[in-house]
Write a protein that binds this ligand. Structure first.
Ligand code: NAD
Length: 495
């Protein structure tokens, strides 16, 4: 019988189904604590209160999860696509049925406003539904042969056991977009969620188990990241690593996993330009900038990091943006009307402070915000700065916080050069009406995704991912399953 009722330090009140709140890891189909009893504290970023203590597992337990994932993978892949699809569909339906609880767990461990958390749960459940359908469309090919007595057959097969590593900023969504395609393809998965937000991952595993995902096909392990990462990179039973997180950790994984030539998907950091041309609908651009920049308190890989505004409309844009920013309401994510929660931890606040100080020292000006909020903890005032130039930290590094730095530009050529002057290439955005400009700029921006007259890009039907040092591979869309499949060519001869 499954046991996952280890008491948590603080009950999350109002859960309709309290059994979704689990403080044990899900290893090889069993809910377990660490053999030596070691734990990691999970705290509420609103006030630092302890929510739960989750297992601090060493590599030997992780190895057990990998062994089991390896053992059951062939059986899982041998099921019909329709059968895998039905199980994924049930998982999707259970996520929707429990969306309120999943959102509450997410907000309590991550801090974002409840409405955003619910949006994350619902919009990312859609990846499981999408890949449940794609499972049935893993089609091969028959290619015209080179010789009359031969046939060229191409089949697609699952890569095998996948290791997934996910960040804290979307504790639910970063998992469904990896587990959905992996399981649909016939792969199995061992997931290590971020230490700050394991409870969303455990809750998803409870629902996966209820949906009928076989024991061991989807494990969730928690513990010290580096030794677990090393195990993933060097264990010969792991065929692929799918990672979302910072570029530095992605680079390290790429080096470590290089020894055994593992398949890799990397969704890494960004430094998105958000460009407002003089022919843009300014109100729409301000709306887009608010969503892109301040959603999740600016802790989004695709969020606008640098806002470029054409000289002639810059003053009007800044005035409108500052007015909107004044309207943001900071507070506990579960409180009504709150639109910005705390930052994840003090390190995030210190980085924001450094970026603001650097900009001020080099001639930047504050239009709104600029300091820690009176609410204390890790709250930071939503901030707008002008007088920003390319040499400042805010323009070069991912701030990952609620800071909107405004850079003025003269013309299209200048802004494209500035926008592309970065090693990152995840998302870009621009607002313009002229159709030939729309084509030109969309083609010229060096990023995996371009939002034209929108500040929101991600959905399950579109390929999400970056170029340059923002990563490898795509999640979502018909392309998102390809990274979990190998191509096998069969030469039929003597026909
Ligand atoms: P991070 O790289 O510090 O951590 C991400 C994950 O990697 C966590 O689970 C962490 O425990 C793990 N990790 C850390 N060191 C590791 C190691 N040595 N071996 C194995 N795993 C290790 O990133 P973060 O601070 O959690 O997340 C923020 C970053 O993620 C930002 O740079 C953001 O842009 C990026 N991100 C990218 C996307 C995308 O789709 N491109 C989406 C969300 C976040």
């Amino acid at each position: 019988m499954t046991v996952h009722q280890k008491p948590v330090a603080r009950r999350i009140l109002d859960l309709k189904d309290p059994s979704l709140l689990v403080a044990q890891a899900y290893v090889a189909g069993e809910w377990i604590s660490a053999p030596d009893g070691k734990t990691i504290a999970v705290t509420d970023p609103f006030d630092g209160a302890l929510i739960a203590e989750v297992p601090d597992l060493g590599p030997e337990v992780v190895r057990r999860a990998i062994d089991k994932a390896h053992e059951v993978q062939k059986e899982w892949a041998a099921r019909t696509a329709k059968e895998r699809s039905q199980i994924l569909k049930r998982w999707h339906d259970l996520i929707l049925a429990n969306a309120d609880d999943l959102a509450l767990i997410l907000t309590t461990e991550q801090g974002k406003p409840l409405a955003e958390a619910k949006g994350e749960v619902l919009s990312n459940a859609a990846y499981i539904e999408w890949f449940a359908e794609e499972a049935k469309r893993i089609n091969g090919d028959i290619i015209p042969p080179a010789r009359g007595d031969q046939r060229i057959v191409v089949m697609k097969q699952p890569v095998g056991v996948c290791a997934a590593i996910t960040p804290w900023n979307f504790p639910n969504g970063m998992i469904t977009r990896k587990a959905g395609p992996a399981l649909a393809a016939g792969c199995t998965m061992v997931l290590k969620p971020a230490a700050q937000t394991p409870l969303s991952a455990f809750a998803l595993a409870v629902l996966a188990e209820r949906a009928g995902v076989p024991k061991g096909a989807f494990s969730v392990v928690t513990g010290d990241a580096a030794p677990i990462g090393k195990e993933f990179c060097h264990n010969p039973k792991i065929a692929k690593i799918t990672f979302t997180g910072s570029t530095n950790v992605g680079r390290w994984l790429m080096k470590e996993a290089g020894d055994s030539i593992k398949r890799l998907s990397l969704e890494l950091g960004g430094n998105a330009p958000f460009i407002v041309f003089d022919d843009a609908d300014l109100d729409a651009a301000v709306e887009g900038a608010m969503i892109s920049k301040f959603r999740n308190a600016g802790q989004t890989c695709v969020c606008a990091n640098r806002i470029y505004v054409q000289d002639t409309v810059a003053d009007a844009f800044v005035e409108k943006l500052a007015a909107k920013v004044e309207g943001l309401k900071l507070g506990r994510g579960t409180d009504a009307g709150v639109t910005q929660g705390p930052l994840i931890d003090d390190r995030a606040v210190i980085k924001m402070e450094e970026h603001v100080a650097d900009a001020l020292a080099k001639g930047g000006k504050l239009v709104a915000g600029g300091k820690r909020s009176g609410l204390g903890g890790t709250f930071f005032e939503p901030t707008v700065m002008t007088g920003i130039t390319q040499g400042m930290k805010v323009a070069k590094e991912e701030t990952f916080a609620p800071l909107a730095p405004i850079i003025r530009f003269k013309d299209e050529a200048e802004v494209i050069a500035m926008a592309n002057d970065t090693e990152f290439g995840l998302a870009s955005y621009f607002y313009a009406r002229d159709m030939s400009r729309v084509w030109r700029v969309a083609e010229a921006l060096e990023s995996g995704m371009v939002g034209v007259n929108t500040g929101l890009l991600a959905n399950e039907m579109a390929p999400f991912g970056g170029v340059k040092q923002s990563g490898l591979g795509r999640e979502g869309s018909k392309y998102g399953i390809e990274g979990f499949l190998e191509i096998k060519y069969v030469c039929l001869s003597g026909i």
